[in-house]
Design a protein. Structure first.
Length: 278
């Protein structure tokens, strides 16, 4: 079902009957990897007729160890995202961690993302909303889905209705995430576009992301197909040319060469959902 509030990102109408994709590496790495990924993503998106938003983080401030790679930083990261945006004519998305980062980020990207851990940080959420840019608000792992109405209301209080909500799994016991299909229903009740972050939903906390045990890849197809069948408007998929050597979330990113095969059944399921409704 289309969202009550359609959020336009470039020429993409997020929340319409057309499935869209947010994809890219977890964190910005060297320029060769980033450009290669963006080029391949655009090719796949065109073949599957999928509107595409390129994503990657200039900073990962929630790594489990201080010596883990945190990204290139604000200036270098935004410069590279701008190159991708221009070279491939793609809208781009990145996340913010502190209010002081927001003005520069909002001026450089098409969607400002609030990380799940930070979705209740009022100063950050409000600062992002006040830029007028679309805000991708990720569902906190610690919040019941219905309680996402609270950070949504903070954005609405600024006058903005440019909100996208992303489900990324819910903490269930120690070091485990589950995806409850009821969440898709609850998030849709806000009236805003709902995205399913598939790759973060298979992570296993407490295990370094480079460790193959740090994710449950065997669940990837099952939960992705369940999300699309449940009526999400978009998918969020982290992908990398060589996930085993990725500098963040190596265990959960989809190999770039497998992305088209992974996405094709999801496009087909979405088309079936639309046909059954009409």
């Amino acid at each position: 079902m289309p969202a009550a509030h359609i959020v336009e990102v470039g020429n993409i109408r997020c929340g319409s009957d057309r499935l869209f994709l947010i994809a890219g590496p977890c964190v910005i790495e060297d320029e060769t990897i980033m450009m290669r990924t963006a080029e391949h993503l655009k090719t796949v998106a065109e073949r599957l007729d999928l509107p595409l938003i390129f994503k990657s983080s200039f900073m990962k401030d929630n790594r489990s160890a201080i010596d883990h790679y945190h990204g290139p930083g604000l200036e270098e990261g935004l410069t590279l995202l701008a190159r991708i945006r221009e070279a491939f004519d793609l809208p781009v998305l990145t996340d913010v961690h502190y209010p002081e980062q927001v003005p520069a980020v909002a001026a450089a990207v098409d969607v400002v993302q609030i990380p799940a851990y930070l979705c209740m940080q009022t100063s950050l959420v409000v600062a992002a909303a006040r830029t007028g840019q679309p805000v991708n608000l990720k569902h906190g792992q610690f919040l019941a889905p219905a309680n996402m109405d609270k950070p949504v209301a903070k954005i609405e209080a600024t006058g903005s209705r440019r909100i996208i909500l992303t489900e990324r799994g819910y903490t269930f016991g120690y070091n485990d995430l589950v995806v409850d299909p009821r969440s898709f229903y609850e998030l849709r009740q806000t009236g805003y576009p709902v995205v399913f972050d598939v790759t973060h939903s298979i992570r296993r906390y407490g295990i370094p992301s480079k460790d193959p045990r740090g994710s449950r890849r065997e669940y990837l197809n099952t939960i992705a197909r369940a999300g699309v069948a449940a009526g999400v408007h978009g998918l969020f998929v982290e992908t990398h040319p060589e996930p085993a050597s990725a500098r963040c979330d190596a265990a959960s990113q989809v190999p770039l060469s497998d992305l088209e095969t992974f996405m094709k059944p999801l496009v087909d399921i979405h088309a079936l959902v639309i046909r059954q409704r009409s």
